[in-house]
Design a protein around this ligand. Structure first.
Ligand SMILES: NC(=O)c1ccc[n+]([C@@H]2O[C@H](COP(=O)([O-])OP(=O)(O)OC[C@H]3O[C@@H](n4cnc5c(N)ncnc54)[C@H](O)[C@@H]3O)[C@@H](O)[C@H]2O)c1
Length: 429
């Protein structure tokens, strides 16, 4: 007989992986039902036990309010649980292939703790099929249990946008799915307890997996189109922002902006789908073309800055440029897969010395991740060019006058993000 699913009052939930996705989820569940937050990183567990979240996603008060939430790095504690939500990273390797090792490791850990009737829900972004083809066999092997008879699986992709106070876990419609009709209903009801925006029950796990991955691919490809246009308009001597403002007056023109595409989602997820496509012998030309264009934007920005320096009678080899911002996006400390480093690398190719300043970033982390020594307080009147790479609010508040103070008299100011008045900068995407 098929094992019965846990009744609502029997649920003992575990969140496996307490990063940007896992912690807000553990806190939301921990307000309503017994929840164990598990992570292999002991330092992370220690800071959370002190009610501190270095990702700045969850304030201290919210951590304290989650009265039923406990933290542990001890996998043995997972045996107390019967519903597991897996939120571990799904990065790519040096060859841009999916690196499923964290997902496989987490599945092994959960598999060891699994009992009859338990439910494992994956939230990590993957390609269609990954949950059932990669994770389920591991769960079966480690537990000795039979899928869809002894235990069940769900997939509910995460859509949060770190640093965004408006679109939060509770206010974004949650896509849910399950490996059987009953499991799908169970997963849906579980999320309905914490998501006020409501849920969307997909017809299968693969549909839910596909939905998540294409959300980010759609953004990537659309940004790539605007990035390509920005490169073309630069050659044509037209300001892209002015073109976008004019085109944007049409009701159905989509408001995408040119820029660097970094982070662990938009620049990474497409490779999950293109990997799966390769497995079935399908060539994803458009998706990969978008990736190529977006990956070339750091180089494009650097070359435009060099041109500005040359126009200003500077020789790149004697120049020092101030790059403001290192994170992959504004107002958050997240350095993962930042493409600002492409600007640094390309400027260095021209012999330019680059100082990077970012008040949101932990200097030790920047050194460890990218070998960059951040400048804590950039000197005034020191630089031959100033590049606003990330629109952190501190930089935007300085305005063009404040930002120009870092430069020598007449130094060019380049606005990668298009947030400063066009007439007051020397170049922008
Ligand atoms: N951050 C986002 O904005 C976002 C949005 C939507 C989806 N996602 C997806 O969600 C997933 C998680 O992303 P994230 O940003 O939260 O990652 P993260 O790196 O912030 O956090 C992952 C956590 O998992 C822990 N971990 C790694 N391996 C583990 C294991 N075997 N067992 C237990 N814990 C383990 C790590 O120590 C870390 O604390 C990824 O698939 C990502 O693509 C992220």
């Amino acid at each position: 007989m098929d094992a019965p699913l846990p009744k609502p009052e029997q649920i003992r939930l575990a969140v496996v992986g307490l990063g940007y996705v896992g912690l807000p989820l553990a806190v939301a569940f921990g307000r309503r039902l017994p929840t164990l937050g598990f992570d292999v990183n002991l330092a992370r567990i220690n800071e959370l036990e002190r009610h501190h979240d270095h990702t700045l996603e969850v304030p201290e008060a919210a951590l304290r309010e989650a009265s039923q939430l406990r933290f542990s790095a001890d996998a043995g504690r997972l045996h107390e649980c019967n519903v597991y939500v897996v939120t571990v990273p799904t990065p790519i390797d040096a060859y841009k292939r999916p690196d499923l090792r964290p997902l496989e490791a987490a599945s092994r850990t959960v598999g060891e703790a699994l009992s009859r009737g338990d439910v494992v829900i994956y939230e990590s972004t993957v390609y269609p099929g990954a949950t059932e083809e990669v994770c389920v066999p591991i769960l079966e092997r480690e537990s000795g249990l039979v899928f869809n008879r002894d235990f069940y699986v769900g997939y509910s992709p995460e859509r949060i946008n770190p640093g965004d106070q408006e679109h939060r876990l509770e206010t974004i419609t949650k896509v849910t799915s399950g490996s059987t009709e009953d499991a799908a209903r169970f997963v849906d009801a579980l999320y309905a307890r914490i998501v006020s925006a409501g849920t969307h029950r997909a017809s299968s796990i693969r549909v839910a997996e596909g939905a998540k991955v294409i959300e980010n691919i759609q953004r990537d490809v659309n940004i790539a189109l605007i990035n390509e246009l920005a490169q073309l308009f630069d050659r044509l001597g037209i300001d892209t922002q002015e073109v976008l403002a004019a085109a944007g007056t049409k009701w159905n023109f989509l408001p995408f902006q040119p820029g660097l595409v970094g982070g662990h989602c938009i620049g990474v997820d497409p490779y999950y789908l293109t990997h799966k496509a390769q497995q079935v012998g399908f060539h994803t030309d458009v998706i990969l073309a978008g990736r190529r264009t977006n990956d070339g934007m750091g180089q494009h920005v650097a070359r435009r800055v060099v041109r500005l320096i040359q126009k200003h009678d500077g020789h790149p080899a004697n120049c020092r440029v101030l790059l403001l911002g290192l994170t992959f996006k504004e107002n958050c400390p997240d350095l993962r897969n930042t493409r600002v480093t492409d600007i640094v690398d390309e400027l260095a190719e021209y012999g330019i010395a680059v100082d990077v300043h970012d008040p949101w970033v932990d200097a030790a982390q920047a050194r460890e991740a990218y070998g960059l020594a951040l400048v804590e307080t950039p000197e005034a009147a020191r630089y031959d060019a100033v590049v606003l790479a990330v629109a952190h609010r501190q930089f935007v508040e300085m305005g063009t006058t404040g930002l120009r103070r870092f430069g020598k008299p007449g130094t060019p100011l380049f606005d990668v993000k298009g947030v400063l008045p066009g007439a007051e900068v020397d170049g922008r995407l």
